[in-house]
Design a protein around this ligand. Sequence first.
Ligand code: KDG
Ligand code: MG
Length: 401
Amino acid sequence: MKITDARVIVTSPGRNYVTVKIETTDGVHGVGDGTLNGRELAVASYLEDHLLPLIVGRDPDDIEDIWQMLYKGAYWRRGPVTMAAIAAIDVALWDIKGKVLGTPLWNLLGGRSRTGVLVYSHASGRRLGEAVDKVLELQAQGYKAIRVQCVVPGIEEMYGTPHADGEAEDATLPFVERGWDTASYLRFVPELFRSVRTATGPELQLLHDAHHRLTPIEAAGLGRCLEDIGLFWLEDPVPAEPQAGYRIIRQHTTTPIAVGEVFNTVYDCEQLVREQLIDFLRMSIVHAGGVTHMRKVAAFAEIYQVRLGCHGAADLSPVTMAAAAHFGIATHNVAIQEYAPHPAQANEVFPHEWSVKDGYLTPGDAPGLGVDIDEHLAQQFPYARAYLPISRRTDGTMGSW
Ligand code: KDG
Ligand code: MG
């Protein structure tokens, strides 16, 4: 079997997605996601101009060899653009292998470790009461784990919460700056979670994303304040470039810590995992080199009792969610999967077998990934340039988004 054609499809059914479709001499095709929110065309060019010409004519069975060729052959290794592009090809090759062998991806990864992958959904509000109501609504729908974000009084627009006009937080054009005030945030979050916990009772798993906004000592204090809530995790408390900062958080609180949605190779998490400075790793198949690399990340983390809770915002396409479902079913140390529903048109462009029911994600039994792209429909949604925002603190300095 040989690869006969490989192309990139950029489409925007509600938001931008970059997809690779690989065709073979056997008439079987595979799909992979390479979406990098706000930088989609960089990945599309990397694929079209540099990687796809290298794979046409190769045997799609040799996934590991192709992965090594794409990773090492660039000389310039790692980075989000490179690793998303490699991931798109890698996942499409796993899809092809499953289809050729007539078996779902989870079966190629060692079979089932569980019957369903626990997911967490997002509850958010512009006011505390609204956020609590949303949590109760999702709990009633069967979700067993819910991430809670709420606009902090005094900060008008912020990460993970609806805008004043009711629209969900998203990448936009033009590029926007949002306000940020750490002191108000640190005062408000414990109050938010006390109200949520009182309303939900003890069993619901609660999560929160600080989205890289704090310093280590601020994060340590917040973690300590939230200990009686029993959070499932506090995510991205500090930016993860200086990783030793996580030692400070660890020394002060038992609130579990999740990090890593912006990581793209095992080297980005090596110290955090080896020193057991975190509890959950958020790396995802699309941003970390595909199934081939994420298997190695998971195996490494397992040795140190670090579990996976992969990134799954709606900017990761339904193709990545399919891959995550198979990976989560097969991989022993996957603890949870983020799940944010995709726009309705995206579900039409990417028809899929995976589903979420009663708080669990299952991949379905179709061979390969069980997801496809309707190319004709995709053409009706042209790419629309959009940027994630950035935050600016009350004193006028630039902060992290
Ligand atoms: O594109 C960036 C988003 O995916 C990210 O901001 C979402 O932090 C996020 C999360 O935890 O889902
Ligand atoms: Mg996050």
